[in-house]
Design a protein around this ligand. Structure first.
Ligand code: GTP
Ligand code: MG
Length: 193
């Protein structure tokens, strides 16, 4: 599959340093520890890809991964457990909002959420900015392996009901690889791979 060729390119700290606004991009967001890096690694079939870009404590950066020429995954770090100072948080939110609204190449947003506590403030904020920017939105309910089947189905149904037409939702697990193909299909479609 084409996503296997994905490689880390660079991290961008300010919108003025973004690569040229051409081609196609998909943003991937998630709260700290939600399982975002693991999801990116499972989807791209690479063991350490998402880790290479990780700078601890560095919330305000956009990590660019190139899948193919002019096709990128953009990893947007979420808030950590440590309290983020309000001014920093506001700056980050403004940056994301602007990025989502103005970036021509950006076609969709994937929000990675722990299936045991989906739709937290951060997730709803990201989805709000995504919709405001006219992006397709897709949610991964990850760590599905942590719940029995019945509860997985229940969480899926409830999250779908809560989001309605605002986003599509699927089960995911980097551990047992539930939903990896489904997620890949979404990315391949949005990136026109
Ligand atoms: P930060 O980058 O630190 O904010 O976290 P992240 O969202 O990238 O999460 P990461 O992928 O590092 O995973 C966090 C923890 O959850 C790790 O201990 C993973 O092994 C675990 N984890 C991630 N995905 C899964 C999953 O699908 N199932 C299970 N059981 N554990 C998972
Ligand atoms: Mg990570």
């Amino acid at each position: 599959h084409p996503l296997r060729a994905t490689r880390y390119v660079r991290s961008v700290h300010e919108l003025k340093n973004l690569p040229p606004d051409v081609g196609r991009e998909v943003a991937i967001a998630g709260r700290s520890n939600a399982g975002k890096s693991s999801a990116i690694n499972a989807i791209t079939d690479q063991n350490r890809l998402a880790r290479t870009s990780k700078t601890p404590g560095r919330t305000q950066q956009l990590n660019y991964f190139e899948v193919a020429p002019e096709k990128f995954l953009v990893d947007l770090p979420g808030y950590g457990y440590a309290k983020v100072p309000p001014a920093l948080r506001a700056h980050w939110e403004g940056l994301i909002d602007t990025f989502f609204r103005t970036r021509e190449a950006l076609k969709g947003l994937v929000v990675v959420m722990d299936i045991r506590h989906p739709l937290r403030d951060f997730d709803l904020q990201m989805l709000g900015y995504g919709r405001a920017g006219g992006l397709h939105c897709h949610c991964l309910l990850t760590k599905a392996d942590k719940l029995p089947r019945g509860q997985q189905a229940k969480a899926l149904l409830e999250t779908r009901r809560a989001l309605g037409d605002d986003a599509t939702v699927q089960l995911f697990s980097a551990e047992d690889r539930t939903g990896v193909e489904e997620a890949r299909a979404v990315l391949e479609r949005w990136l026109a791979l």
